[in-house]
Design a protein. Sequence first.
Length: 256
Amino acid sequence: MRSLDVKRSLLTYNAALGAMAQGGCWEEATELLAEMGRERVKPTLISFNLALDACAKAARGDAAMDLLQQLRGSRRLAPDVVSYTSVITAFSRAGDVAPVLGLLGAMEEGGTAEPDDFTWSSAVAACDRAGERAQALALFRGLRAAGGATSAAVWNAALSAAGAGGQFEEASTLLAEMRAAGFEPGLRALNAVLRAAESAGEGEAAMELLSAMRPGAEPDAASYAYVVGALGRQGRAELARGVRGATRVEGARADA
């Protein structure tokens, strides 16, 4: 910033922070916030949230927590749901569950920054990445019981956890509930169920789901691989070979 021959202002700093947030340049963003203090340009909540976004994109929970603590200790500013969610996302992307659950609890107890669906989806994803799938699904069920889960992102996070954990019945139930709630499952949600079907050896169910996939959520290579795996585990080797052969034909057509 100092090398630029322009008058440094809040607008200038925030524009630079916005560019850094897009690129996940967390070190530059945190340094720029410090420079604002030295130059007596008071950062706004937007300034902090942009720097927090950069930390989230870079999965730097430690740096994000430092910024959050600065906001908490400020007499002039207070963190909002965007601030907390960025910190949760930073830890979530690193698969660090403990601070995620702590921050989620602080938000619920504090009452000043109510968690939104993006906050919850990041928390569920953190548990999934850490292998804490039961905790991930418990968070989701608790949210549902409270009347939440109003976006597809939260459903996708829960389905991913069930799929990664090989919980086919749970994944199938979630898929049905997602549809009943008015959300059309996309490829991510359907592949999560297929992944669970593979782990459980539910070849016929996987085939049925594959055949029902429609434009907008057409099967990809992973979809077919899960079905082949499910059929193989079920002892349906011949059918698995047929699906594998059909996949190669589809691939050849796509490349033609």
